[in-house]
Design a protein around this ligand. Structure first.
Ligand code: PLP
Length: 398
């Protein structure tokens, strides 16, 4: 007999994330005339306000799609078959992006990864320096590799690129970091940033976004590769039908309007600080638990542990059985190991519409599960998270 569940389920996945009631309520609206000014104005205000989130004066385009579609938008607009791209391997998501690029007949070179340490910007620079014929058209980098919980330093990558004088574009996947971790697109000189709706933007999956700087736009104008739905060139202009190239997802845009309002009400700096604080609580707990020797952070350097997702290794124990226990007995969903890390890690998502008691609840659920399943963990993980939060809140408010 299936157990009756009460209360809210905890969604501690690194996407989709919790959808605020305000966003859900805004999405509960009937079909409307999408050519009427009320919707056209709302959609335009969203596309304009997204520039603040991407921190760019470039164009932001929206597509009815998930993040995989956003990857293809970048590839289809910037490259032609035979073009070469350099993708620093960071784990599952870099590998999948590379696979997509190969499917589109691009040539892919990758720098290697241990999946325990961040991208070596010097190794990327060396690859570019070896490319004397300037065949590499772009570096495609994942800011937060969701499968390892690792933050890769886009500033360091930019500086390494600049030092080589190589003209390659810098294209960044911020799907697991936009509106959670600071990424000043124009400030850093990033040419393209891509994102999706179901993470920091607190919406269901279904919208992909791409922010395009002037240099990347010029490349796309010259790119002879055939493309249609993904072509950002045709998404511009005053013809609102073309902003979504067909029937727009009006309810999603209704939700997006509110999610943007919520981000601006809180203030992006405060949104970043909240993510840092909650991530600090997770790291405090995991750090304490790991003193018993059974657990460790997937990401070795402290500075590279992402504020949006934490991957925990447990070499002697099965992370999936722990995850299933949390799902089946504690109404808490954690993320599985993906790609090369399948069956090796448990991932805690801590991004989006989340607060302190929610994160404490999730950490407590994991502590219960480890106790129940006999995974050795040092006492006091949740207590360490409590300590961290108490200190951080006092520091932040003084
Ligand atoms: C960093 C990153 N890139 C790309 C994707 C793919 O996005 P989607 O699952 O929406 O297609 C994800 C999804 O988790 C991701 O975390």
């Amino acid at each position: 007999v299936e157990r009756v569940r009460r209360g809210r389920e905890f969604v501690q996945l690194p996407g989709p994330t919790n959808i605020p009631d305000r966003v859900l309520n805004a999405m509960h609206e009937p079909a409307r005339d999408f050519a009427a000014p009320a919707f056209v104005d709302k959609a335009l205000s969203c596309l304009n306000d997204l520039k603040r989130v991407f921190q760019t004066t470039g164009d932001v385009f929206a597509f009815s799609s998930n993040g995989h579609g956003a990857w293809e938008v970048a590839l289809a607009n910037l490259f032609s078959p035979g073009d070469m791209v350099l993708i620093p391997d960071t784990g599952r998501f870099a590998l999948s992006w590379a696979e997509m690029a190969r499917s589109l007949d691009l040539e892919v070179v990758m720098t290697p990864t241990t999946m325990r340490h961040p991208v070596d910007a010097e190794a990327v620079a060396e690859q570019l320096e070896r490319d004397r014929e300037r065949r590499i058209k772009a570096v495609l980098a994942v800011q937060v590799e969701t499968s390892t919980g690792m933050l890769h330093d886009m500033g360091a990558l930019r500086r390494a690129l600049d030092a080589t004088g190589h003209p390659a574009l810098l294209v960044v996947d911020a799907i697991a970091s936009l509106a959670c971790i600071d990424l000043p697109m124009d400030g850093l000189g990033i040419d393209v940033v891509i994102a999706a709706s179901q993470k920091g933007l607190m919406l269901p999956a279904g919208l992909a976004f791409i922010a395009v700087g002037a240099k990347a736009d010029a490349v796309s104008q010259e790119n002879p590769a055939p493309r249609k739905y993904w072509d950002w060139r045709s998404r511009r202009g005053s013809e609102s039908y073309m902003w979504f190239y067909g029937t727009p997802p009006t309810q999603m845009i209704g939700g997006l309007r509110v999610s943007l309002d919520m981000l601006f009400e809180e203030g992006l700096e405060n949104v970043f600080a909240r993510h840092r604080r909650l991530a600090g609580a997770v790291r405090a707990a995991v750090g304490r638990w790991s003193e018993a020797g059974a657990l460790e952070f997937q990401t070795v350097p402290k500075a590279a542990r992402s504020d949006t997702v934490t991957a925990i290794r447990m070499p002697e124990h099965d992370p999936d059985s722990l995850r299933f226990f949390c799902r089946d007995h504690l109404s808490t969903a954690f993320g599985a190991g993906l790609g090369p890390l399948q069956g090796q890690v448990l991932r805690i998502g801590h991004l989006g519409d989340l607060n302190e008691p929610m994160i404490l609840g999730a950490l407590a659920a994991l502590e219960v599960a480890m106790r129940a399943r006999g995974v050795p963990s040092a006492e006091g993980g949740v207590a360490a998270a409590v300590e961290h939060l108490a200190r951080d809140i006092v520091r932040g408010s003084s």
